[in-house]
Design a binder for this molecule. Structure first.
Ligand code: SF4
Length: 407
């Protein structure tokens, strides 16, 4: 451990409280050690340093820790729940401030992600989190990124305070249905979560209108997948509401992973990771590609996304009558529905077709997704009508080794 930065007692706490924070995906952290960590310096202090993406797409290193992993609540899926037998630790406000400043000054981090178990009361816990952020900003002139976990049961006044000092606030909904919350997180309720999210939404939009700063990077949340029986459809319907009603910047999906000494109410196995990926892809379709949950889920078996093919391809295969799409004439909305064509590729196509009629070769220069898109599009010299009728089209796209001859 690097004694220059901290004593052993503090280093032990950091170990416990960084490890305890790793289950939270709501800052888009990979949990990976810091870039270019060297064995001598950073390697020995890399506990808790993770990568995250800011809303403008920059990759930043954050110190990702809990203030404490003691908790009054007993959420069945959480390793820090009251009844869990884990090692516990608690930082003081000053300790978190000093660690953050020390790491920041040495360029180990560009910001702080701070969450906490609930100690004494939601208000007391929230006050401590705010005190860290306020001390960093006001007393220590900290200009790095701050992401604060917000406790929905805390009083509205405290949530107001949090937004004054943090760049981003997040409240984890964790489970997408009220029934699952009652069963697995009996101390939480979705009405309190919704109320806190709508308060944050209102403050953010007021602050924007008045050109003030209040959680300028918005709010986000995390949903755990596979700890309860919620289908993908139920998860996506909740997600759709979060984007529409509360203006969330991001919903993060975290596949449940069995925890030590898990509650008997939980499944023994983690869901396939592909399920998490498919939900991220569906989420992308909701936010950027103009799809509705009804469209994404139409014809799906048991309310679950297709694990074999991505949701956009699954939709195209079920709606073959909408294809092929002429890349030289179709509007942007329809081009975005062609499998393999991402937003950037569509923009390039629209730009390029102003100057010439596009062929498959032209498209190959504009996108890497042409193989998947080819059966669904028309280009100069290419009209794949018969391909769309082939019964083995889906299979050919699932298994690249068995590609059809698509020309
Ligand atoms: S409130 Fe629930 S999820 Fe959060 S730390 Fe406590 S037990 Fe874990």
């Amino acid at each position: 451990m690097n004694h220059e930065l901290m004593d052993e007692r503090l280093a032990r706490k950091l170990c416990i409280l960084a490890d305890a924070a790793k289950y939270d995906a709501s800052c888009a952290s990979s949990g990976a050690p810091k870039r270019a960590a060297d064995a001598q310096g950073l390697g020995s202090t890399a506990h808790g340093i993770c990568h995250a993406y800011t809303p403008d797409g920059r990759c930043v290193s954050l110190l990702k820790i809990l203030l404490t992993n003691y908790c009054l609540y007993d959420c069945a899926y959480c390793v820090n729940r009251r009844s869990s037998n884990v090692r516990r630790a608690r930082f003081s406000v000053e300790e978190v401030v000093e660690l953050t400043i020390a790491f920041y000054k040495r360029n180990y981090i560009e910001g702080l992600f701070l969450s906490s178990g609930i100690i004494r009361s939601p208000d007391h816990t929230m006050e401590q989190l705010i005190q860290v952020a306020r001390t960093l900003r006001r007393d220590r002139g900290f200009r790095g990124y701050i992401h604060l976990k917000t406790i929905p049961d805390a009083s509205p006044w405290l949530i107001e305070q949090a937004g004054l000092w943090a760049d981003r606030l997040s409240i984890n909904i964790e489970l997408s249905t009220e029934a699952s919350l009652r069963k697995l997180a009996p101390d939480k309720n979705s009405a309190a979560i919704d109320a806190a999210m709508s308060q944050i939404r209102d403050r953010i939009s007021e602050a924007k209108a008045e050109r003030r700063s209040f959680s300028p990077a918005g709010q986000s949340t995390q949903v755990i997948i596979g700890a309860d029986e919620a289908t993908d459809e139920a998860v996506l319907r909740r997600t759709g509401r979060l984007y529409d009603e509360f203006g969330l910047k991001r919903v993060y999906y975290s596949a449940f992973s069995p925890i030590p000494a898990a509650s008997a109410q939980l499944p023994l196995k983690a869901p396939p990771l592909t399920r998490e990926n498919r939900l991220y892809q569906a989420d992308w379709l909701l936010r950027f590609y103009g799809f509705s949950v009804d469209e994404i889920m139409a014809g799906g078996a048991d309310g679950m996304l297709d694990l074999e093919v991505d949701p956009k391809l699954a939709w195209a295969l079920k709606n073959r009558h909408r294809f092929p799409v002429d890349v030289n004439r179709a509007d942007r909305e329809m081009l975005l529905r062609v499998p393999g064509l991402g937003k950037r590729a569509v923009d390039k196509i629209i730009q390029a077709r102003r100057h010439r009629t596009l062929s498959l070769d032209d498209l190959a220069r504009l996108t890497t997704g042409l193989k998947r898109g080819r059966p669904f599009l028309v280009a100069a010299g290419h009209r794949p009508t018969r391909l769309l009728d082939r019964l083995d089209l889906r299979q050919s796209l699932v298994e690249p080794a068995r590609q059809l001859r698509l020309l």
